[in-house]
Unconditional design. Structure first.
Length: 453
């Protein structure tokens, strides 16, 4: 009897072994698809995130020095909601890299937890999580040449940026959409949708959307990174905020404000140490299309302050109460001096429904103190037309919610300014961010929600 039981047990064991050996491995190994990412101080390591999994960020998550985060096209990254010490953000520390290359068909999306991408979160909801922060080692305008990025507690050593490497490389962001960010971690210490701090020229930033951020859409602290095909819509503060000696290039920026919130279209500040430190901000930006909050809200299009200069050319600006402001002071370095030294140029641009369509004061002197500026303002009034700027209707259509920013108006092509001798710039034959092709397509929530059509 015992012998028969032993034979039966042996037979069953052999059958089970044979059955298991003929089964696929995937029948027995359950692969995790919902992954929560947190940081224990060691950073992410060198990893790849793939679109077949759902990633949830929890707290401040770093890509440390020497680490590389690769994100596959079509991947969706969601962030836990929270304010203050519960804020969530992805930070690429100085020396780390992110390789996030989406496509127009399969963009990479950063959003908040609970967003099903089908309307569960309203397109204009803001401040639900933090944002994306890239830190590099390119030059910035501070006394020490370094700084600690805003939005991250000052006790976190991985929040330092700045250095001497003009070509600092923090990786690639391409076809990336950043939605519903801007959480507040303390008084006047918010996280922008995308922060670029000391980021160098080898970094690639192109086809990037920031929508519905509770602070600035994109803030750039120094560095030399170039930005092409940028979409910023419906943010609570500035669309683009430039500071601390930024000296990069920009082309094809589509910037739309919400009627209810928002400050300037672009704010350009020179640096922390405006008397002696270099570099001062000198961005070179071509082909902007910008829509402001309307003529009854006392906001500026662009401000140049703290010794900032720069170039704004071949662009279209509509629907903002005030125009471009240039700081003046007889007591210290200032942006009007940059204008006098040909380091601040505003030419071949189209304005409509800005400054009540009056050329006088559309480019305005902004005195720091109670100083007489009659002569300086007359110079800027004369400069407006000498620099081939125009007040005319670009004939953009609107349905009350969004704008069609492609137009057949001859004003968009009848006098285009020359481009710099720089391979970054495409020498377009039109003003504004669009010719006949709307590159802000289905990959953006701005298009899907009807803000741009």
């Amino acid at each position: 009897m015992m012998k028969n039981k032993l034979l039966l047990f042996t037979f069953i064991s052999i059958v089970l072994i044979l059955l298991m050996s003929n089964c696929r491995e995937s029948d027995y190994v359950l692969e995790e698809t919902d992954i929560v990412i947190s940081d224990n101080g060691l950073g992410l390591g060198t990893v790849t995130w793939t679109k077949d999994k759902e990633y949830t960020l929890e707290g401040l998550v770093f890509v440390n020095d020497g680490q590389v985060l690769t994100i596959e096209a079509g991947t969706v990254i969601k962030a836990r909601r929270g304010q203050g010490t519960a804020a969530t953000a992805l930070i690429v520390a100085r020396g780390g890299k992110i390789i996030a290359e989406g496509t127009a068909v399969d963009p990479i999306i950063f959003t908040c937890e609970g967003d099903d991408l089908e309307g569960s979160v309203e397109a204009n909801e803001r401040g639900l999580w933090g944002g994306v922060i890239l830190l590099g080692s390119a030059p910035i305008n501070t006394i020490s040449g370094e700084a600690h990025v805003e939005g991250i507690e000052s006790t976190e050593p991985r929040g330092i940026y700045g250095g001497n490497n003009v070509e600092s490389n923090s990786g690639i962001l391409s076809y990336v959409s950043i939605r519903h960010g801007g959480t507040d971690i303390g008084h006047d210490n918010e996280i922008n949708g995308l922060t670029l701090a000391g980021v160098g020229s080898k970094t690639i930033i192109e086809n990037v959307e920031v929508i519905a951020n509770a602070d600035d859409g994109i803030e750039i602290f120094g560095g030399t990174v170039n930005l092409k095909n940028i979409v910023v819509t419906n943010c609570s503060d500035d669309a683009i905020d430039i500071d601390l000696g930024y000296q990069g290039n920009g082309q094809y920026w589509c910037l739309l404000q919400n009627m209810e919130v928002g400050d300037k279209i672009i704010e350009i500040d020179g640096g922390e140490e405006i008397k002696t430190a270099l570099p001062y901000s000198l961005p070179v930006i071509y082909n902007i299309t910008a829509v402001g909050r309307g003529s009854e809200i006392s906001n500026k299009l662009i401000s140049f302050d703290d010794n900032a200069g720069g170039t704004i050319c071949n662009s279209v600006f509509i629907n903002q109460d005030k125009g471009i402001s240039i700081e003046y002071s007889s007591a210290r370095n200032n942006s009007y001096t940059q204008f006098e030294n040909s380091n601040l140029k505003i030419y071949n641009n189209i304005f409509f429904n800005v400054n009540a369509n009056e050329e006088m004061g559309l480019i305005a002197v902004n005195p720091l103190n109670d100083e007489e500026i009659t002569t300086e303002q007359q110079v800027l009034n004369s400069y407006f037309y000498r620099a081939a700027n125009t007040i005319c209707d670009p004939e953009f259509k609107t349905d009350g919610t969004g704008y069609k920013l492609i137009s057949d108006s001859e004003y968009l092509t009848n006098k285009v300014g020359e481009y710099p001798d720089d391979s970054f710039f495409y020498k377009a034959n039109y003003n504004g961010a669009f010719g006949s092709y709307n590159w802000v397509g289905e990959w953006t929530l701005s298009f899907q929600a009807g803000f741009i059509y």
